[in-house]
Design a protein around this ligand. Structure first.
Ligand SMILES: C[S@@+](CC[C@H](N)C(=O)[O-])C[C@H]1O[C@@H](n2cnc3c(N)ncnc32)[C@H](O)[C@@H]1O
Length: 250
């Protein structure tokens, strides 16, 4: 089948799509993505040829250079958040969290409190903000997910004993940034806000994950709807993702 020449516009749109994401893709992944979205049969064929060459080049580069990081052609430098996504389990959508962190970083939060550690993905991201105190609350902390730099509080976030343990861990400091990402029922997320919201300083940041997620059991959106009508809020959502909602403590 004859191939029509690729136009500059087509290349530009691929570049924008792949490179615009501020993350690192293997060249083969990038080609596969473009291939999946492309409807033009000629271009699809061309992409298959490029893909085959890219794989061969990967192989050659590895032969010549033992340190060559297979497949990573470093299209754009990775941000610290992107690196954490590559190496750890993070319960977030990369683009949303990156946008939120870009907004949060200049605010230089020094005291951070998170409800919902899970595998420590976001906890590692908060570490890139270089906090002086970071407190994490969850039912359990698995040894393989631990790293230095934060105070783990084991317990149910809605229990009084946990609230007391967090108060002690903060040692009289007010929280600059609170991330609520524990139990996603309306009742529990509401309790987390009621219990830990007052620990946040005036003009401090309170953020919730999944403010636009509406599947069964995910009820943070209902709380978010209530909060939006009474507070100064903003949100980070990319491509209909679950969303991060932010309100500033009044
Ligand atoms: C969605 S995950 C957190 C994901 C993490 N913030 C991230 O993005 O990488 C929710 C976590 O909250 C914890 N959790 C749920 N309900 C809780 C509660 N009432 N008290 C303490 N932790 C709770 C769960 O054990 C789970 O690890």
């Amino acid at each position: 089948m004859p191939l029509h020449p690729v136009t500059t516009e087509e290349i530009d749109s691929w570049r924008k799509d792949i490179l615009g994401r501020n993350t690192r893709y293997t060249i083969c992944e990038a080609i596969r993505e473009v291939y999946a979205k492309e409807n033009n049969g000629d271009l699809k064929e061309l992409l298959l040829v490029i893909y085959a060459y890219a794989k061969r080049m990967d192989k050659k580069l590895r032969e010549y250079n033992g340190d060559y990081d297979q497949g990573w052609w470093g299209l754009t430098p990775m941000t610290p958040v992107a690196k954490i996504f590559q190496q750890h389990t993070v319960g977030q959508t990369y683009e949303e969290l990156q946008a939120f962190v870009d907004w949060l970083r200049p605010r230089e939060p020094k005291v951070i409190l998170e409800i919902g550690f899970y595998r420590g993905g976001t906890a590692r991201v908060w570490q890139t903000l270089e906090p002086e105190i970071q407190v994490e609350v969850d039912f359990e902390f698995k040894p393989q997910d631990m790293f230095p730099g934060f105070i783990p509080i084991t317990g149910d976030s809605t229990h009084e004993s946990t609230v007391e343990a967090v108060t002690d861990a903060l040692g009289g400091r007010k929280v600059d940034f609170l991330f609520i990402d524990g139990n996603h029922s309306l009742e529990c997320a509401g309790k987390d806000l009621k219990n830990y919201g007052p620990m946040v300083r005036k003009s401090g940041v309170i953020a919730f994950h999944d403010v636009f997620l509406t599947r069964p059991g995910a009820e943070v959106h209902a709380l978010w709807e209530q909060l939006r009508s009474h507070h100064n809020t903003l949100s980070f959502q990319v491509d209909g993702g679950p969303g991060i909602g932010v309100m500033v403590q009044s």
